[in-house]
Design a protein around this ligand. Structure first.
Ligand SMILES: [Zn+2]
Length: 369
């Protein structure tokens, strides 16, 4: 998409498109507009629609300003979209679930703790965070099967084998009840209380599944608190590094998130193994080539390296990292940087000599254990 203008402050935009042979009316704000007339529209529910010019049947704008849906409107809309699901409200989230109320409450308390910890962490470091425009929506399915059916309808084959995801398009996190999953029948009875759920999920193996839902919630926070704009070309080492940095589960702590920035043992071990085969240009490709995160053969190495790099810069280059994050936050949706541009941006902030930086990075990581 070639972009003409970004983010106007204006009235509510109305766009009618053709979907499944029927006209579909969308109301929201045009986030960006392409030279050819295509638009990226955010509707009042917070969903992004990338609409090619040829799909637009009618377009108008009225004087009424754009406002995101209120909690009540959003609740009504989600109930309509997901018949049979119930709602659980917390201060900053709206959970839509068809599993037990106990599990929805457990998720609510976990996510609220992460929300506070995430914001405290960055505010203490001088970041001016913005508040989410509307309650953050989380769907919780009762089983892996029902979750997978839904995930496939949204993601297609990309749904793969993941235990939860954050959608840039809908801005929601989708997951399933982990206490009822991946076990032999009868082994994990459905838990009736938060204490039981903690117990079940503290078991070896389950911790990793919990890390996934924290990871996805961190993405949601990063996109809704001003770290990056949805569909902006933020290098994956930045967005994934941030999510991985926060993902270490901390189920025992009721007061806060003690583990933020702690050593992520699993990622560290993976990174140490990766060092044996790490190519001399690994840092460069981590910055310039997001495909390393997308291919199953290289993804684990990329995530481990992104964790290590994030861990390193937060400890050794905090000022530069913050400056870099600010540049990432200002990147508009759907405008893509070339690999060279990405590299130049990194070098401008962290230093021209990438090789020296890489050597320092590796030397530092050898001391981490
Ligand atoms: Zn991620």
């Amino acid at each position: 998409m070639v972009v003409l203008a970004s983010a106007r402050v204006s009235g509510l935009d109305h766009v009618t498109i053709q979907r499944d042979g029927r006209p579909l009316h969308l109301a929201g704000k045009i986030v960006i507009e392409a030279v050819d007339g295509g638009v990226l529209l955010q509707d009042r529910e917070g969903v992004l629609w990338a609409i090619p010019a040829e799909q637009i049947q009618r377009r108008s704008e009225d004087d009424k300003p754009y406002t995101p849906m209120s909690r009540a409107e959003l609740s009504a809309r989600l109930t309509e979209q997901l018949p049979g699901f119930r709602l659980h409200h917390t201060a900053n989230y709206l959970f839509v679930y068809n599993t037990t109320p106990a599990y929805a409450q457990w998720c609510g308390s976990l996510y609220e703790r992460l929300y506070r910890a995430f914001r405290n962490y960055w505010q203490r470091r001088g970041f001016a965070l913005r508040d989410p425009e509307m309650p953050l929506v989380v769907l919780v399915f009762d089983s892996r099967e029902s979750y997978m059916a839904y995930a496939r309808s949204e993601l297609g084959d990309a749904a793969g084998n993941i235990d939860g995801y954050y959608s840039l398009q809908t801005n929601r996190v989708t997951m399933f009840d982990l206490t009822g999953s991946r076990t032999r029948p009868g082994e994990f009875a459905r838990a009736a209380s938060a204490a039981q759920i903690n117990q079940l999920l503290a078991r070896p193996g389950a911790e990793w599944m919990v890390a996934t839902i924290i990871h996805e919630a961190t993405h949601q926070l990063a996109y809704n608190c001003g770290f990056h704009q949805r569909l902006a070309d933020v290098p994956l080492w930045v967005s994934e590094g941030l999510a991985v940095y926060f993902e270490t589960p901390d189920l025992d702590s009721t007061r806060g998130w003690r583990n933020i920035g702690g050593i992520h043992t699993k990622r560290l071990e993976h990174f140490q193994r990766y060092l044996a085969e790490r190519k001399p240009d690994s840092l460069q490709t981590l910055i310039t080539d997001d495909d390393r995160f997308r291919h199953p053969e290289t993804a684990n190495d990329a995530y481990a390296e992104a964790w290590a790099l994030t861990y390193f810069v937060i400890r050794r280059y905090a000022k530069q990292y913050h400056e870099y994050l600010q540049i990432m936050a200002d990147k508009p949706p759907l405008i893509y940087d070339s690999p060279d541009e990405r590299l130049e941006e990194f070098q401008r902030i962290f230093g021209e000599d990438l090789q020296a930086f890489d050597a320092e990075f590796l030397e530092y990581m050898r001391t981490v254990r």
